[in-house]
Ligand binder design. Structure first.
Ligand code: TXA
Ligand code: MG
Length: 324
């Protein structure tokens, strides 16, 4: 059962406690309802993908209670600082480089070295994030392939029974998703048109590149394939492991492996998803340090989050096709 929590102090306190306990709570923002989880808890972030039934890991937006907080997790530049001052709280998301010790789960960045951050403008959303005392990762609160919800009933209809609670924040005033800007390139790039129009953004920071989803390799995930790929090559469906290979294990590891990262010894797909990017990074590092030839990945079942894990591994195994 999914609880519908009232938009009062009791509801906010309960929703915040659920988030802190690693549960999924949908909440309203000025744009659309978000499916929130503690962004620093990798298993909670993996549970978002499981509840949405996303066939692949798209990076998620992290939500903060005030305009200064995001910059403890990402590195701003002058343009980002100006945009934050002018448009936060509000429907603008900025993609910026993660700080070296950023505590947000790598899965929320889908393994990228960037993070999308925003400060929503709905007071209830800010109260909730403040009460949770963690950054809140939240994609739109709909199952994969459904339209974004703008009322609590939409969320209950689509995700009821699959998440812990919905904080009733009434209808969303803006009703379209936030504008997503990539600020990691010399000229900022519009990744998604949304709640803040382009004109006031360009009036403040100058020209913004517009990428058509169909023209060339787009940078916006969903359309793009340029997620993290390890530098070592990757061999899939490994049923034995060679002396020159590091092993990405799932379940009981293959005999004979020297360097092993186990996604989940018990074969839990949510745990495996929560550890996937950490595992690829770690084996890549270790493998290069030890002069190994490649990473061998044990098979992961093609169900639940296994689909998204296999999607990521398949693309990591075929670089080139995958690069920007
Ligand atoms: O209004 C909104 O933005 C809502 C509310 C809940 O905040 N959230 C939302 O999240 O629409 P979602 O996950 O449905 O869309 C996030 C968008 C996607 O297009 C995703 O690819 C992009 O932001 N994105 C997130 N992180 C990114 C990154 N590191 N680099 C590039 N694009 C990123
Ligand atoms: Mg969405």
């Amino acid at each position: 059962m999914t609880a519908l929590l009232k938009p009062d102090q009791t509801g906010i306190t309960e929703a915040a406690a659920l988030l802190r306990a690693g549960k999924l709570v949908a909440f309203g923002t000025e744009t659309v309802y978000g499916l929130g989880a503690d962004a620093t808890d990798p298993v909670a972030v993996a549970a978002i993908f499981a509840a949405k039934g996303r066939p692949r890991f798209n990076p998620l937006i992290c939500h903060y209670p005030d305009p200064a907080s995001p910059f403890s997790h990402v590195i701003p530049n002058t343009l980002a600082e100006r945009l934050a001052e002018a448009f936060w709280p509000g429907p603008l998301t900025m993609v910026l480089p993660r700080r070296p010790r950023c505590p947000v789960a790598l899965l929320a960045s889908a393994g990228l070295d960037t993070l999308a951050v925003r400060v929503p403008a709905l007071p209830l959303a800010l109260d909730l994030i403040r009460a949770a005392r963690v950054a809140v990762a939240a994609p739109s609160a709909n199952r994969s392939g459904q339209i974004s919800p703008t009322r609590p009933e939409h969320v209950l209809g689509d995700l009821g029974g699959r998440i812990e609670a919905v904080l009733d924040c009434g209808p969303c005033p803006v009703g379209v998703e936030s504008t997503v800007l990539d600020l990691t390139t010399p000229e900022p790039v519009l990744l998604r048109a949304g709640g803040v129009a382009l004109e006031p953004l360009e009036a403040l920071i100058g020209p913004i590149g517009k990428e058509s989803p169909r023209a060339g390799p787009a940078r916006s995930p969903g359309q793009m394939e340029s997620h993290y790929a390890p530098r070592l090559s990757l061999r899939l469906h490994a049923t034995e492991v060679g002396p020159d290979e590091a092993l990405l294990a799932f379940g009981p590891p293959l005999a004979g492996a020297g360097t092993v990262f186990n996604l989940s010894t018990s074969g839990d797909l949510i745990e495996a998803a929560s550890r996937l990017f950490e595992g690829l990074h770690e084996l890549d590092e270790a493998g290069r340090r030890l002069g190994l030839a490649r990473i061998a990945a044990m098979p992961v079942p093609q169900r639940g989050l296994g689909r998204a894990i296999n999607d990521r591994l398949t693309r990591a195994a075929a670089p080139g096709r995958d690069q920007k």
